[in-house]
Design a protein around this ligand. Structure first.
Ligand code: PNS
Length: 156
């Protein structure tokens, strides 16, 4: 059984993330969506909320589980016997960052492969950072985030 890790800040989880994990769930037997505890970016939701929202959004995906993690991603992957790391890839601008990160993870954990899932066309522009900015300026993100996230935003 191939276990894959889908890591990220998921602050908040967007329809783009959900699309990637849905498509990846057809490729791997088991996926652990790993939500990084210590987000270096400005936080919209704390770790408990980000994990709860990721769980709510993936409830229908039976081979996906959600866990928080801290420290090195590769150590978390080793601990869970994961040999694949899933990352979504959007525009060309993602490439350099993703390339460096995948190479570093390869050096640290050669047995794991990073697998990139290309973003669906309608989500190529979508990022958590942009969603956060629109939220901060009180814009409408209802078409960009899954229903549980929208509900959590409205409750804030
Ligand atoms: O959603 P993001 O912010 O692009 O996700 C980045 C993430 C969480 C995957 C990355 O920052 C990460 O792996 N952090 C854990 C610490 C680590 O392993 N750093 C070295 C990566 S080469």
């Amino acid at each position: 059984m191939v276990v894959a890790i889908y890591p990220g800040s998921f602050d908040p989880i967007t329809k783009g993330h959900l699309d990637v994990v849905k498509r990846a769930s057809h490729l791997f037997e088991h996926i652990i969506m790993a939500v990084v505890e210590d987000s270096t970016k400005h936080e919209l939701f704390d770790i408990k909320q980000r994990v709860a929202l990721a769980k709510a959004c993936t409830i229908d995906l039976k081979n996906v589980e959600v866990m928080p993690f801290d420290g090195l991603l590769v150590e978390f992957a080793k601990k869970h016997n994961a040999t694949a790391i899933i990352r979504g890839l959007r525009a060309i601008s993602d490439f350099e960052y993703e390339f460096k990160m995948s190479q570093m993870n390869k050096v640290l954990y050669p047995e794991a492969e990073t697998v990139f899932v290309m973003s669906a066309l309608e989500y190529t522009f979508l990022s958590s950072s942009l969603v956060k900015e629109v939220v901060r300026l009180e814009g409408d993100v209802s078409t960009l985030v899954p229903a549980p996230v929208l509900k959590a935003l409205n409750n804030r």
